[in-house]
Ligand binder design. Structure first.
Ligand SMILES: Cc1cc2nc3c(=O)[nH]c(=O)nc-3n(C[C@H](O)[C@H](O)[C@H](O)COP(=O)(O)O)c2cc1C
Length: 347
């Protein structure tokens, strides 16, 4: 059994679970694992490093399962030749985030690839629809990495309503299990896009220490801001800020961003050295609020399967949303409905 949605039909995938194109972390190994498990792997083209892109797309050439390649739009606009390398790998879709997709859209679509656009508000969603996007990803502020300020639970239904009758909408930000997928489907989403959960997978290209810190982190231990971008001399356009785990470096500079800018040369040197040494007390572990739901480093295929199965059982009323309470005492013989009626009546 599997959940069929307009998204799974459009992309030709079994499960409505997408791997976020995490810069450097989502390499060909992770993309292959997610796509072969029936999800949709999206390679993390990030800011666009030519050699990395050529190497990783070459490794995807022999895969028959559908996959995508993602870019940071404003960065790709400075190096549009990277799009040719990506399209030569024959991805089913190109995902663009953070910037106007219009200048790149026609090349993507005329190459036969779908255009997936990640958006953070209604104006960006309209811009993406005007550029003929095939899928919108509504990304809430809980997301790891760059994003904006709206929450997932607010943004998803707003974008679902706006895109109704046009394109499927995927929810992103703070989702790490089947409860998240089921909840987002109740909000009208056709699927979910996960970054942080897949970072803590065996096939992710991140440092083992970064994965360990994600598993150890609790809810509320991430922060959205500009400190890590300032520290690595990588200034982003408004309204985008980045979310990462709170570490010593973040604690030191939160609220002192102007002072950081005044000392940026020294801070950047310290940051570069820490990154090279794998010192995550200074270098950022880019991750979102879903860290509170992640406790182990799993094979990516297991993550895909588990999320799809949990969501399916929840939506059918065969499972409780409470961790460890499976099967629910209320489930079976109309139990899910009883549970729902109970909460409506305040029983
Ligand atoms: C380590 C990391 C790197 C990311 N890099 C990118 C990126 O290069 N391009 C992009 O569009 N999104 C990037 N994102 C954001 C994801 O596309 C996605 O919105 C986010 O991971 C979803 O929220 P979640 O982390 O709570 O699952 C990144 C996220 C993480 C955690």
């Amino acid at each position: 059994m599997s959940i069929t949605t307009p998204l799974t039909q459009l992309l030709g995938i079994k499960h409505p679970v997408l791997l976020a194109p995490m810069d450097v972390v989502a390499g060909s190994r992770l993309v292959t694992a997610v796509s072969r498990a029936g999800g949709f792997g999206i390679l993390g083209g990030g800011y666009g490093e030519r050699e990395w892109l050529e190497r990783e797309t070459a490794k995807l050439a022999s895969m028959s399962a559908p996959f995508g390649i993602g870019f940071i739009t404003w960065s790709l606009a400075k190096r549009p030749e990277l799009l040719d390398i990506a399209l030569a790998a024959k991805p089913s879709a190109i995902m663009l985030s953070f910037g106007d997709p219009a200048p790149l859209a026609s090349k993507i679509k005329s190459a036969g690839a779908r255009l997936i656009c990640q958006v953070q508000d209604e104006a960006m969603a309209r811009q993406a629809l005007d550029a003929d996007a095939d899928v919108l990803i509504a990304q809430g502020t809980e997301a790891g990495g760059h994003g904006a300020s709206r929450t997932t639970v607010d943004l998803v239904p707003a974008i679902v309503d706006l895109a109704a009758g046009h394109v499927p909408v995927v929810a992103a930000g703070g989702i790490a299990d089947g409860r998240g997928l089921a909840a987002m489907m109740m909000l009208g989403a056709s699927g979910v896009l996960l970054g942080t959960r897949f970072y803590a997978s065996q096939e992710a290209d991140g440092a083992e220490e970064a994965k360990r810190r994600i598993c150890a982190a609790t809810s509320g231990s991430t922060v959205r801001g500009i400190i890590f971008d300032l520290s690595r001399n990588n200034v982003w356009p408004a309204p985008f800020t980045g979310r990462c785990l709170v570490n010593d470096h973040a604690r030191r500079w939160i609220g002192r961003e102007i002072e950081l800018m005044q000392n940026v040369a020294a801070v950047a040197a310290e940051y570069v050295a820490a990154k090279a040494a794998g010192n995550f007390d200074v270098a950022a572990v880019i991750a979102g609020e879903a860290v509170g739901l992640i406790h182990d480093i799993q094979p990516a295929a297991e993550i895909v399967e588990r999320i799809a199965t949990e969501a399916e059982q929840l939506l059918e009323g065969k499972r409780s949303s409470v961790v460890g309470a499976f099967p629910s005492p209320l489930v079976g013989e109309g139990g899910a409905q009883r549970q729902m009626r109970g909460s409506i009546r305040g029983e």
